[in-house]
Design a protein around this ligand. Structure first.
Ligand code: ADP
Ligand code: MG
Length: 289
């Protein structure tokens, strides 16, 4: 191959807002047939806001926010930031533990507090009362993420956070499909939420409820089925999957770990640059052949 053409391709990429790790990346880009997209922060903005607090009978909104807020203050997760910001809690948590991809736990004012996936609370025998299960399911059907709050052995509330889909995601996915790629939405969030978001942007395949460590296995599984896989992501929990993929697309707006692991960085965090990158790779290599 002529290195000059590859270098020109790399330079053109930079002008388009695509940072390419090396000229050889263009070769793998050309063969991609499947693109796995992380939901939060990749298809969506990843800037969450607390929109609703659903309480179990007899619970107080202020107390729920005070205890959950104190705990989430210690977490970097976008869900945690939304809750901590809204709560503005003065209390602090002791013995804080982040349970990767599931939630957080700690002690606030002598209460053992848990915030996270309902499944996590169930494991601690904190069962959600019917009114909270119903509220949670209604919110999830609208594409909103629901997390449960419990302390001292009892589920107390469901907090709802809303994210917005990036205005460019739908168009980007239509272009990727037009280029012959199959998009797959991958998330640790609940299936109903993922389905709603997927439908809004035109994705048919959804893999939900995946733990952070499981994202890389999803990429491996698709590869073992013979697929040539691109993965687009922004989070620390996407880094291993980005590295495993035949082509890792890191959102420039994402974490350093993701950018390190990716082959291409989409500088503006705009997914429309993904089809641009694939077209560029195909054109550049056509020049060489
Ligand atoms: P994603 O794949 O969308 O980036 P994560 O794997 O980070 O999601 O998280 C999956 C789920 O775990 C969240 O939807 C939430 O229910 C729960 N979770 C993770 N971290 C936290 C936290 N700090 N506070 C509350 N819930 C959390
Ligand atoms: Mg993400």
């Amino acid at each position: 191959a002529t290195p000059t053409a590859l270098l020109v391709g790399t330079g053109r990429g930079a002008q388009m807002g695509i940072l390419i790790k090396g000229p050889e990346v263009l070769e793998s880009t050309r063969r991609i047939d499947t693109i796995v997209l992380d939901k939060t922060g990749t298809v969506t903005e990843g800037k969450m806001t607390l929109t609703e607090v659903h309480l179990a009978e007899g619970e107080s909104r202020d107390e729920v926010l005070r205890l959950a807020g104190a705990l989430e203050h210690a977490s970097e997760h976008p869900i945690a930031r939304a809750i901590a910001r809204e709560a503005g809690s003065k209390a602090t948590a002791e013995d804080f533990t982040n349970i990767e991809g599931l939630g957080v736990q700690g002690v606030v004012d002598g209460h053992a507090v848990l915030v996270g996936r309902p499944r996590l609370l169930e494991e601690w025998s904190q069962h959600l009362p019917d009114n909270l299960v119903r509220a949670m399911e209604e919110e999830q059907a609208k594409g909103r993420t629901a997390v449960a709050v419990g302390w001292d052995g009892k589920a107390r509330a469901v907090l709802v956070v809303a994210d917005v889909i990036k205005p460019t995601s739908k168009e980007a996915i239509a272009e990727l499909k037009a280029l012959g790629l199959t998009p797959v939405l991958l998330t640790g969030d609940n299936e109903a939420v993922a389905r709603t978001v997927a439908a809004e942007v035109g994705i048919d395949e959804v893999i939900a409820g995946v733990l952070p460590a499981g994202k890389v296995d999803v990429v491996k599984r698709l590869q073992s089925e013979g697929k040539v896989v691109a993965m687009a992501g922004d989070g620390v929990n996407d880094a291993a999957a980005l590295a495993q993929a035949d082509l890792g697309l890191a959102m420039g707006t994402g974490t350093d770990a993701a950018i390190e692991a990716g082959d291409l960085t989409l500088v503006r965090g705009d997914l429309r640059v993904a089809p641009d990158a694939i077209r560029l790779a195909r054109r550049t290599l056509a020049t060489i052949k």
